[in-house]
Design a protein around this ligand. Structure first.
Ligand code: PGA
Length: 245
């Protein structure tokens, strides 16, 4: 299976031109490769300005509405994302859960909408400092995947992102990540079956950089990485992608 490296630019950079420069710098450094797939998730306002002639790099969104169309002020729909050739969408990122008060039930609706629209959802989940990791992950998966079919769930990607590791420099150890991945796979086995758990890609995110990326891919057994801060530095991000090849 190809490794998947996703860049989450969050609410950066401040202008379309800077986004284009960042994107071009990343694209220059990444060649089409059989071993790794790269997805860039810029802010919504930059999605239409980035051109993807290089098939090694795909476009993702950082969130979306669970509604297809209608009176939903401030929302972006799956239809709009598809129109901009977006292939992936991050759902349930901890910053959306926290600042936009998104619940597992909201995420469940968004997941179903993403599957309906043919977008590949990246379901983000993680524990706060001091929480029971296994319990939190099981609840996030069970509630988030309520009434999601096996045919759909195999198309999904899960990103384990402990909240205490995001943007802190305090990254989760590969051993701890490995045990979180096991909880995720076991829960998917309980909810669906072992085959489904086997094919599902699980990523790690939280203070990933070019120094620690290999340890996740080799020791923690993850299928890829979700990179925030380091994805805003082209050289650093390219080094992370190279480490996955
Ligand atoms: P970070 O962010 O790499 O800056 O920790 C990861 C994320 O929030 O997806």
């Amino acid at each position: 299976m190809k490794k998947l490296i996703i860049a989450n630019w969050k609410m950066n950079p401040g202008s379309q031109q800077e986004a284009k420069n960042l994107f071009d710098a990343v694209k220059e450094g990444i060649s089409a490769n059989d071993n790794v797939e790269v997805v860039i998730c810029p802010p919504f306002t930059c999605l239409s300005g980035l051109k993807f002639q290089n098939s090694a790099v795909k476009l993702g969104a950082q969130n979306m509405s669970y509604k297809e169309t209608g009176a939903f002020t401030g929302q972006i729909s799956s239809v709009m994302l598809k129109d901009l050739e977006v292939s992936h969408v991050l759902l349930g990122h901890s910053e959306v859960r926290k600042y936009l008060h998104e619940t597992n039930q909201d995420i469940n609706k968004k997941l179903k909408e993403a599957f309906n629209a043919g977008l590949k959802p990246v379901l983000c989940m993680g524990d706060e400092e001091g929480q029971n990791k296994a319990e939190i992950l099981k609840t996030q998966l069970t509630e988030g995947l309520h009434n999601v079919s096996k045919e759909d769930v195999v198309k999904m990607i899960v990103a384990y992102e402990p909240i205490w590791a995001i943007g802190t420099g305090n990254n989760c150890s590969p051993e701890e990540t490995k045990s979180a991945v096991a909880v995720i796979k076991n829960t998917i086995t309980d909810l669906y079956d072992a085959d489904t758990a086997n094919v599902m890609q699980v990523l790690y995110g939280g203070s990933v950089n070019s120094q620690n990326s290999v340890s996740y891919l080799k020791e923690a057994g993850v299928d890829g990485l979700l990179v925030g801060g380091a994805s805003l530095k082209p050289e650093e991000f390219i080094a992370i992608v190279t480490s996955a090849q």
